[in-house]
Design a protein around this ligand. Structure first.
Ligand code: AHR
Length: 673
């Protein structure tokens, strides 16, 4: 521990430029060394930490189709007060009225449903309560849309719908009748909506039954009406807005380890996530049981946020989709089950069919489904990833088969390939070598490392092979304040400023690094498995962490071309005097953008010499992200502890003089003529 503290102090305190003399940077304004790809800064979405179900997918009912391992998980059966038995099981007293039935032979995707027998029931005799994911976030004065699939035989049945707050007060109510369908196989969807009178952070939902007859229920669903773009059954708008604000170049989806699955049967299969929502087969989420220290037994995937919705969101916010496909290997930390090479074809076919689903004409099988789902125009998919953190010769031999088949059919699709779990070591070195020999388009590197690693790796790409056709995708980066998978990891300024320093290194080397994304993206404060994360939410609120603010400073001040910025001895600033820097030019906005990170706990005077014939406006714009406290964090109650402050400065001549604040990340923008 003592050694660690000394190490941190060395990185974060002592090294400074000469006290009297300013740190002098030279920006060679007439030179460009690389194009910054439009995809440079993106996001990586995985359904971890209740990212989709219980998070971005705005469904409020948990276990809506009774398909969890325990079919009544999330549900309580309500009976008159003297016989009330609240549990996730059907109480003995209600066994004649309620049964979980299965029609597996007829509907393998959605076998279970609730069979209800009513005999002159009055309101209060029999009801169901759903607890939501971690309660239900309810807004005052908002319309809520209820729907359910049902069959009714000899029935005259009514349902009373109630939203309750934490004090069990009714804050919204509606009614629903179930016209007779006379059983059979045909299921009918009925809908009802109501507006709330109050809000709640942890609300719950009741359905009380009244009448006589037999009623079958499935896909019991409740959504707020203020979803992203007002789409019915859609996504939480605040969470997508935080993504849109990043102006991300791409969205990597759906994982992550979730792509691989604990074993192959639990791998992510995109074909099971498209088409009618009620036909999407529920699958246990691997983060349900992955961490013994953070079990989440109610974590399942409904795939309400499936591949169509994913492509649609990417399009909405102007990001390129980057879907990740299973490569015929499950997670090598878990079962490590692999498809035999003789049986790899269906996996490859899934990848080929995904291109057809995204881009194919509407008269193709998968293009037709996309059109039927409401998007006849292609989604213009340009790249896909094969495998997540897979490694070893087994990965390379499987990848080669994917590469051949995909490039033969779709030569312009770029493939993102795995370099394993770590950015160094035997596995990484082997994969990096093999992938470059295979002329992989993009190599996905992952870094879950302590802050000092990020600082000392700001020069990582300065020495990468410029001749290789393979580019780097920094696919999952996140400073770990304690260590990887530690529950005490924090999204503090210490990790974020170290990432900022590292990202200057990615930007300076945009000729070899084409894409980067932080990981993971979302976490629910009451339902997470992994920390740190880019964005934290509760049932109603969300905020960007310090790390989010850093990524946003890069992604919204990206520029289109890299220009050299030199420090002492004409070398890039990669930690000398605790300073890190990069510079770009934006040909669309006509700006020079300089980024400087000062990881010293003291202010440092700096001078930026604008070397070249370029002319500048006399007004400069500054964005400063800083905190005197390296342990500082944003939170739901204080979301802007670490947020950029904007200011202007006058520029005289070709020397920009400024003070770099202690522990700060500064973006300087100058108009170019
Ligand atoms: O981001 C959480 C997990 O970390 C991802 O699923 C995986 O790719 C990495 O190991």
């Amino acid at each position: 521990m003592k050694q660690l503290c000394v190490f941190l102090i060395l990185f974060f305190s002592f090294k400074s430029s000469d006290a009297q003399n300013p740190a002098i940077f030279t920006v060679q304004t007439d030179k460009t060394t690389a194009d910054v790809q439009p995809t440079m800064w993106g996001v990586f979405f995985e359904d971890i930490n209740l990212g989709a179900d219980g998070g971005m997918y705005a469904e409020l009912i948990k276990n809506r189709s009774f398909e969890f391992f325990k079919p009544m998980m999330g549900w309580k059966v309500m009976r008159p007060k003297n016989t009330t038995e609240y549990s996730w099981q059907i109480p003995v007293a209600a066994e004649k009225e309620l049964q979980i039935l299965s029609r597996k032979e007829k509907n393998a995707n959605n076998p279970r449903y609730l069979h209800i027998v009513l005999n002159n029931h009055k309101k209060g005799d029999l009801g169901l309560q759903n607890e939501g994911f971690r309660g239900m976030g309810i807004k005052k004065g908002l319309r809520y849309d209820f729907s359910v699939f049902y069959r009714a035989t000899n029935a005259a049945v009514k349902a009373h719908l109630e939203l309750l707050n934490e004090k069990n007060e009714v804050i919204g109510k509606g009614e629903l009748t179930f016209p007779n369908t006379e059983g059979g196989e045909k299921w009918t969807k009925v809908e009802s909506n109501f507006t709330t009178t109050e809000g709640a952070v942890k609300g719950k939902f009741n359905i009380w039954f009244e009448g006589t007859g037999m009623l079958d229920l499935d896909i019991v669903s409740l959504f707020p009406s203020d979803t992203w773009k007002g789409r019915k059954g859609g996504m939480r708008a605040d969470m997508i807005q935080l993504l849109a604000d990043l102006k991300p170049g791409f969205i990597r989806f759906p994982g992550g380890c979730i792509v691989e699955g604990n074993d192959l049967s639990q791998r992510y299969q995109w074909k099971k996530t498209v088409g009618a929502v009620e036909d999407r087969q529920v699958l246990v989420n691997r983060w349900n049981f992955e961490f013994a220290h953070r079990p989440t037994p109610d974590y399942y995937q409904t795939f309400g946020l499936g591949f169509f919705e994913y492509f649609q969101i990417a399009e909405d916010i102007g990001a390129e989709p980057l879907p990740i496909l299973n490569c015929g290997m499950s997670c090598q930390f878990n079962s490590a089950e692999m498809a035999h090479l003789d049986e790899i074809d269906p996996y490859i076919q899934d990848a080929l069919d995904l291109v057809e689903f995204a881009n194919g004409a509407v008269n193709t099988t998968w293009g037709a489904l996309r059109a039927k789902m409401g998007h006849p125009e292609p989604f213009n998919l340009k790249m896909m990833g094969i495998g997540n953190e897979n490694w070893g010769p087994q990965y390379i031999e499987r990848l080669a088969l994917f590469q051949k088949a995909i490039k033969d059919k779709y030569p312009t699709i770029k493939l993102v390939c795995s370099s394993g779990t770590d950015p160094d070591g035997e596995r990484f070195n082997y994969l990096n070598g093999e992938l470059r020999k295979m002329k992989a388009d993009l190599i996905d590197e992952h870094y879950y490392r302590r802050p000092e690693w990020f600082l000392s790796n700001a020069n990582r790409y300065d020495s990468y092979d410029r001749k290789s056709v393979s580019k780097v995708f920094a696919g999952e980066y996140a400073g770990q304040s304690v260590q990887t998978v530690d529950v005490n990891n924090k999204n503090n300024w210490r990790t974020a400023i170290a990432e900022a320093a590292f990202l200057t290194g990615l930007e300076r080397n945009a000729d070899v690094v084409n894409m980067a994304s932080y990981a993971p993206l979302f976490a629910h404060i009451d339902g997470w498995q992994w920390t740190p994360n880019l964005i934290w939410v509760d049932n109603l609120r969300s905020y960007g962490t310090a790390n989010y603010q850093v990524q946003k400073m890069f992604s919204t001040n990206k520029g289109t071309q890299v220009i050299p910025i030199l420090y002492k001895n004409n070398a890039p600033a990669t930690g000398q005097d605790s300073l890190y820097a990069s510079a770009t030019k934006d040909k669309n906005t006509g700006e020079l953008i300089v980024k400087i990170v000062n990881t010293l706990g003291k202010a440092q005077k700096a001078e930026i010499k604008l070397d070249g014939n370029t002319k500048f406006d006399t007004k400069g714009h500054l964005l400063i992200l800083k905190s005197d406290d390296l342990e500082a964090v944003n939170s739901l109650d204080n979301p802007s502890v670490i947020a950029p402050k904007e200011t202007t400065m006058d520029i005289k001549g070709k020397n920009v003089a400024l003070t770099l604040e202690p522990y700060s990340f500064t973006v300087i923008k100058l108009k170019i003529f």
